[in-house]
Design a protein around this ligand. Sequence first.
Ligand code: SF4
Length: 228
Amino acid sequence: MGPVCTRACRFCSIPAEKPGPLDSGEPERLARAADKMKLEYVVVTSVTRDDLPDGGAGHFAAVVNALRRRIPGVEVEVLVPDFGGDARSLSTVLEAGPAVLNHNIETVPSLYARVRPGALYERSLELLARAARQGGMPVKSGLMLGLGETDAEVESVLRDLGGAGVDLLTIGQYLKPSPECLDVVDYVAPARFAALERTARGMGFAGVASGPFVRSSFRAAELLRGMK
Ligand code: SF4
């Protein structure tokens, strides 16, 4: 959906600019590329497109469908933006039948204004809860540590995600991708990541990947298959 974004998250180096029109050839090209690479599990993500009436939900659905047509049996995980809280946009994506609906909560609520201006903690939580109620597929989320959050805040987010019906969780270390982005406040010890993984599993999450190098798509296929 293009190389620029309508949001300006301060942990991300994607430029915040006015985007161009959607490229209707992208779904087929993406499917062709995945086929050439012999992928069986594809994680698809995008910039945020607040300028589009459906936030790009139809484009996500077109990508899922194009991948399925070209690669029989492929599993597609979609890592979606919040669609401005629009329930119809989320439904459009869910109806395409991805293997996993992923949306990152990213950080604790007290840091949203600084880290994710333009996003709302409650809105992201509601998207996840709606997907869990509606979807018929596992729901996944993730957050970064090292932005100044407290341990109690992180555990509170885990409870919120569990309460929303999230099944799969990734927790990783924030790293500063460009000089303009937020500084790293803490490098969190591997032992803390391991402790959080135990805590999350104790709360009932079916699959958890937690460690300094974990990212949203970290061993995504294995995380899903472990849950199954
Ligand atoms: S919405 Fe996504 S792509 Fe856009 S600035 Fe935030 S993290 Fe980056």
